[in-house]
Design a protein. Sequence first.
Length: 103
Amino acid sequence: MKKSTHLSGATVLKNIAKGAIILFCVPILSVWAAGSVVCAIIAPIGGVLGIVGIQGIGLNAFPDYDLPNILSLPIGLCLSLLLFISFYYTRRLLRGCLHFIKN
């Protein structure tokens, strides 16, 4: 007897979806998560250095308008919080994609 190698349409579509996630979603989400956490760590450091008055670090709203140095730390902390939130949800989405690929 011959074994049937016919795959159902749902199985084929699921395999195509897994391949697309492996090729596109996993690398993009991985880089986004890694970049978010690195920048979230760097942002408060930049805020502290901005308050101290390091010449190369400053806040510019527009090319001709500099924000006061005292706002460097609060803006750095807010940016850091947003980046950590981005990291958290990106990591959750990445885990969901990996769970879909595994099953």
